[in-house]
Ligand binder design. Structure first.
Ligand code: AMP
Length: 118
């Protein structure tokens, strides 16, 4: 597996607070949370740098990440209150770790998004 920071977390080589795991997806708390709940969901078995690099044959992975986030939200009891999922792609979105991951943000009303950085 290509080495990335998240690869090290998947292999338990560096610590993280893991909150979700199934055969294909690992979820762990973001180290710099932007909301009361901020979990990152990553594919465990494939390293893909950005959403733009996902091939058609890998499309199911995106669905797996989203459904893992939804399952976690239900399990934690905030699905009805609501949440947001985000995947940053490259520079203008502020992507910093080039191993695709889905952000799950929840736990309070969230501000709007998508405005150009000031
Ligand atoms: P992005 O900017 O979309 O690439 O998201 C990368 C996320 O990884 C950021 O929200 C960081 O706070 C988070 N992050 C960086 N290092 C760690 C780490 N060691 N454990 C958990 N989250 C991390």
């Amino acid at each position: 597996m290509t080495d990335t920071l998240f690869g090290k977390i998947i292999r338990r080589e560096i610590p993280a607070t893991i909150v979700y795991e199934d055969d294909e997806v690992l979820g762990f708390n973001d180290i710099a949370p932007q909301a009361p709940v901020h979990v990152l969901f990553v594919p465990k078995n494939e390293v893909i740098a950005t959403l733009d690099d996902v091939q058609p044959g890998q499309a199911h992975l995106i669905g797996k990440l989203a459904l893992a986030a939804a399952a976690y939200a239900r399990q934690q009891g905030f699905a009805q209150d609501g949440y947001r999922i985000v995947m940053n792609c490259r520079e203008h979105a502020g992507q910093t770790v080039f191993h695709i991951h889905l952000h799950l943000l929840a736990g309070a009303p969230l501000g709007r998004f998508g405005t150009p950085a000031g």
